[in-house]
Design a binder for this molecule. Structure first.
Ligand code: ATP
Ligand code: MG
Length: 433
């Protein structure tokens, strides 16, 4: 049995004042009930790096039913891994039981033929739990008994060196759970860490294993990847390893086929934009970014349909449906989100109507703001007429008299976006709807 390195309280920087009160309560109550209790995973890693943890995960030798008996404010969740959620107002502390090793209990563990773990409810000890975790830096345990850190995997050294290293044999670990390939990218970007060579090498070859992961889980992971404030870097890195192509095959094909950088630039700007909003503490909506991701596939398909004689509106509607139907099989995008994505796309053609009552009606549309932002982004990257985008920018803030003037047929004829576009924009940059 390997011997851990134990860092006593004076040998590390984690202070109880940086741990949330709720997490401390959970740790102390478990200890009082006679159980072992540790903080583990991202919170220990982030605290050691001087970052604010997203949440606090607790691990214990109490099994889920025993955990439930210790806390009244507690609910058991999860099928794949059974966990306890302890509630403190809006805050949830996740309490997991130590996982045991696979060989000893095949009844409670199910493996898919491709090596994926389907069910995994085998309980064990800390010594066993360590080896089930993904990266060495995610496998440090903060012990509430003496405030020490227990390190079996040399995680502390990797943390200091800024290295992401899978515990165990990388190919086996990726096969067991292909989502680890997405996690390694997410952590590399978020922490600014480098990938250990053995951990990096199999990525392109194994990327396709993500196809076997349930679409609902991939949707959740995808949100973490792109909506954590480092979307652009994450996108670049996922592309580099061939992982993006598995998540968004149609988008990836469009990116490959374009030579002049136009669609690529659009996605890049959309990601930059949402990263900036997150950094500024503003809200970001998944549907906006997802509509940007799938816009190019929708647009190319719609154009094909138009060439074959479909009218513009139904071409876009059908293209949107087809692209979304294929995408939700990979990442299960919930209906409320796909509905908003459709609206953003279909509003792009309605935004070309700048006369009469229509622009006023559009202003009141619940998705107007998103559709307008989308148009601006397209215009900035050469995919739509900049004059049209400017017209809408002005129209929104103009007073009533000015708005009426702007929407008069004569005025708009003079400033018709159609008139500006063709000659000023590059050929493929003209507004395509
Ligand atoms: P974040 O800051 O994103 O919360 P995290 O490391 O805490 O990062 P979680 O998804 O909250 O990530 O998982 C908590 C811990 O559980 C991880 O640190 C790791 O030890 C373990 N873990 C999570 N997912 C996996 C996985 N797919 N395979 C192995 N271990 C995992
Ligand atoms: Mg976490």
């Amino acid at each position: 049995m390997p011997v851990p390195t134990v860092y006593s309280r004076s040998e590390h920087t984690i202070s109880r004042s940086n741990i949330s009160d709720s997490a401390l309560k959970v740790l102390y109550q478990l200890k009082k009930a006679g159980f072992e209790a540790y903080l583990v995973g991202g919170c220990v890693r982030d605290l050691l790096l001087g970052r604010e943890p997203k949440d606090f995960d607790v691990v214990t030798n109490a099994n889920p039913d025993q955990v439930r008996r210790v806390f009244r404010n507690c609910r058991l969740v999860g099928r794949r891994f059974r966990l306890a959620h302890v509630f403190f107002g809006p805050e949830i502390v996740e309490v997991a039981t130590f996982r045991g090793s696979a060989e000893e209990d095949s009844e409670n563990q199910q493996t898919h033929e491709d090596g994926r773990l389907l069910r995994d409810n085998i309980y064990g000890t800390l010594e066993e739990d360590v080896w089930r975790r993904d990266f060495t830096v995610n496998s440090l345990y903060y012990n509430i008994r003496d405030f020490s850190i227990v390190d079996y995997t040399n995680g502390m050294a990797d943390l200091r060196a800024g290295i992401l290293r899978l515990i165990g044999e990388p190919v086996t670990r990726y096969r067991e759970d292909p989502v680890r390939m997405l996690r390694v990218v997410r952590f590399a970007v978020k922490l600014g860490f480098t990938l250990d060579k053995a951990c990096e090498k199999p990525l392109p070859e194994l990327a396709g294993l993500l196809n076997g992961v349930p679409a609902a889980r991939l949707f959740d992971e995808m949100l973490k990847l792109f909506l954590s404030g480092y979307g652009l870097q994450t996108f670049e890195m996922l592309r580099h390893y061939g992982l993006f192509a598995v998540l968004f095959p149609e988008t990836d094909r469009c990116l490959e086929s374009e030579s002049e950088g136009f669609p690529r630039l659009f996605l890049v700007r959309a990601l930059e934009n949402s990263d900036k909003r997150i950094t500024e503490g503003k809200s970001v909506t998944p549907y906006f970014l997802l509509s940007a991701f799938l816009w190019e596939p929708v647009q190319s398909l719609a154009e094909e349909k138009i060439v074959h004689g479909e009218d513009v509106l139904s071409a876009y509607q059908n293209a949107a449906n087809e692209v979304l139907n294929r995408q939700i099989k990979i990442t299960a995008i919930p209906k409320r989100i796909t509905q908003s994505m459709r609206e953003v796309w279909l509003l792009q053609s309605r935004l070309r109507q700048c006369t009469g009552i229509k622009p006023f009606r559009l202003l009141a549309h619940p998705r107007f703001r998103a559709a307008y932002d989308f148009l601006v982004l397209r215009a900035e990257t050469g995919g739509a007429d900049t004059n049209l985008a400017q017209w809408w920018t002005e129209f929104q803030t103009a007073d009533e008299a000015r708005q009426k003037k702007m929407t008069r047929p004569a005025a708009s004829r003079k400033r018709s976006p159609k008139k500006f576009s063709a000659s000023k924009a590059k050929p493929k940059n003209t507004d395509k709807q």
